[in-house]
Design a protein around this ligand. Structure first.
Ligand SMILES: NC(=O)CC[C@H](N)C(=O)O
Length: 222
């Protein structure tokens, strides 16, 4: 699997994401947001967490206008895989690659702690290594993680089995406690929790490693 990890000014989880992907067996290239092309043969674009452009305007809104944005859209339109974690999820909604929006947390506070997630579907390239309904402990760190979507959009997510993860106990006001969603073709995933921060025993938990292993299985068997 060839993965391109994008860095924007203010990204701070890009290295951790690159390490998690590399340890899972991916060949990782780091891509600066001013690059207009992705490395040839890129399978997965990985958009990391952080505070791109200082979270000004709306989180991810300015990053979605970076020179690399067009290449990410083209990659997704061609059936390429895209993973957005935390700020990366916010960027993917701003790019229009995923529906809905990430609003300020209901409690108006930055939340930085471990959360219990429920794996809502294993029918995706990102979750196939988990068991249906499995509960996994993954860290969260955000102030704008309150996922909202209109009723029609929510119905589509449910009907099409596109809710990837929910919080076992709601933490930020997200509709239906949604923590991560898939695109219609299931090849784009955005999630607020940080699997790359739970991918090594030294992190205190390895529940996030299943996501990177799922991608490896998908892309080796593809
Ligand atoms: N860790 C992150 O990616 C933070 C995301 C975003 N800047 C927020 O606070 O909501």
């Amino acid at each position: 699997m060839k993965a391109a990890v994008i860095t924007f000014p203010g990204s701070n989880c890009d290295r951790d994401l690159a390490v998690a992907l590399t340890r899972a067996g991916a060949e990782v290239t780091r891509v600066w947001h001013k690059d207009e092309a992705l490395p040839a043969g890129t399978d997965l674009v990985a958009v990391p967490g952080g505070f791109s452009f200082g979270d000004y305007l709306r989180c991810g809104a300015i990053a979605a206008h970076s020179p690399v944005a067009a290449a990410i859209r083209t990659h997704a339109a061609g059936g390429g895989y895209v993973l957005g974690i935390c700020n990366g999820f916010q960027v993917l909604t701003e790019l229009g690659l995923l529906p809905g929006a990430l609003m300020r947390n209901a409690g108006l506070k930055f939340i930085c702690r471990e959360a219990v997630l429920r794996v809502e579907t294993v029918a995706s390239p990102f979750t196939r290594a988990y068991a249906p309904g499995q509960e996994i402990r993954i860290p969260v760190a955000h102030h704008d993680g309150n996922y909202q979507i209109d009723p029609e959009g929510l119905a589509a997510l449910k009907d099409q089995d596109r809710i990837a993860f929910t919080y076992a106990l709601g933490i930020n006001g997200s509709v239906r406690d949604i923590a991560g969603v898939l695109s219609e073709n299931r090849r784009v995933l955005g999630m607020m929790p940080h699997p790359e921060r739970a991918a090594d025993a030294a992190h205190g938990g390895t529940a996030g490693a299943g996501l990177f292993q799922s991608l490896m299985q998908e892309l080796v068997s593809a």
